[in-house]
Design a protein around this ligand. Structure first.
Ligand code: PEP
Ligand code: MN
Length: 338
């Protein structure tokens, strides 16, 4: 249920309503907007009618059900866009935030070279996989903790915050020690114990869409993180499975306006995994920004032909720089900053 408070209520009155919600067995989630304070009462749907009695309080304007199955992620609870702060960049504001780097961290030289090049081209965040979810157990699995240390070194050298994937609940603490953003991969979007664990840390979480996940299922996964107490969730569309075989996945750009309607969370698009071919990355990056995405996640490698993962979809640094110029033009055309 959403409890909308009357304008001008004091902090003490807010606390009183929160206490009553807690006493009814619900968890109050308070959002202080510019005009009004709204409290989402989160808990078992079955007893929610009891919350209606709060309408008789003088401090309460209305009590209405949240219609969507996801609650904290819904625009019903928060109408303004959420901006997730990563270092000094905000994701979800006017600026299109580009996160770029190699699929996998492979060596010190490789990650430092990519970091310097993507920063020079205007990327705001460095990406790089240290723990890699590979389809085959015989494929390169990542440099693991050594990879995290190399990413941290690249951050020291360039000042770019870093995003990297965490695959298991047991590894969340060590990844969170080094990373600025925790990436949950497509294959783990419904790993509920992992979602609960990242919900309990304060670091921003980038939640990729699963390749066979509906938008509603994906938002319910986001809800696990939000309801665990971590409000800093960024959604990332990265392509879904369809009958089409000429691209690796089908990048579902419909998801961008659909998500913008349903949720206040920032939305970024990954055209590298979404297409699987470097030649299509620039077009789909521009299309994503035109469709309303708040940012992009792009794979860049100095020598894609030697990459240990995802070389065919990785851009060389020069092509990435050219893409950034064109993306900036699209951003301006849709009233965003690049
Ligand atoms: C990645 O970002 O390198 C990755 C493995 O992505 P996804 O989980 O979308 O496949
Ligand atoms: Mn990859």
């Amino acid at each position: 249920m959403i409890i909308v408070l009357k304008s001008g209520v004091s902090e003490r009155e807010v606390a009183d309503v929160e206490r009553r919600i807690t006493a009814m067995g619900y968890r109050p989630h308070t959002i202080r907007g510019e005009l009004r304070t709204v409290i989402g009462a989160i808990g078992d749907d079955r007893g929610k009618e009891r919350l209606r009695s709060l309408e008789s309080l003088e401090t309460v304007e209305s009590v209405t059900p949240i219609l969507q199955p996801f609650k904290l992620a819904s625009r019903e609870v928060r109408s303004a866009n959420s901006v997730v702060q990563v270092g000094n960049v905000g994701i979800g504001g006017r600026k299109i935030v580009v996160m770029a780097g190699p699929c996998s961290v492979e060596s010190r030289e490789q990650v430092l070279e990519v970091a310097t090049r993507v920063k020079a081209a205007g990327a705001a965040v460095l990406r790089g996989g240290a723990f890699k979810p590979r389809t085959s157990p015989y494929a390169f699995q990542g440099l693991e903790e050594e990879g995290l240390k190399l990413l941290a070194e690249a951050r020291r050298e360039t000042g770019l915050p870093i995003i990297t994937e965490v695959m298991e609940p047991d590894k969340v603490d060590v990844v969170a020690e080094h990373a600025d953003v925790l990436q949950i991969g497509a294959r783990n979007v419904q790993n509920f114990s992992l979602l609960r664990k990242v919900g309990a840390v304060g670091k921003p979480v980038l939640l990729k869409r699963g390749m066979s996940t509906s938008i509603q299922e994906w938002l319910l996964s986001a809800e696990y993180v939000l309801s665990g107490g971590n409000p800093n969730v960024i959604l990332c569309e990265r392509g879904i499975r369809t009958f089409e075989t000429s691209t690796r996945f089908t990048l579902d750009l419909n998801a961008v306006p659909v998500l913008k309607k349903l949720t206040h969370l920032p939305v970024v698009v990954d055209p590298s995994h979404g297409t699987g071919h470097w030649e299509y990355v620039e077009s789909m990056a521009m299309a994503a920004v035109a469709a309303g995405a708040d940012g992009l996640l792009i794979e860049v490698h100095p020598r894609p032909e030697e990459a240990m993962s995802d070389g065919p979809q990785s851009l060389k640094p020069d092509r990435f720089a050219a893409l950034m110029t064109r993306v900036a033009r699209v951003a301006r055309a849709v009233d965003r900053d690049a």
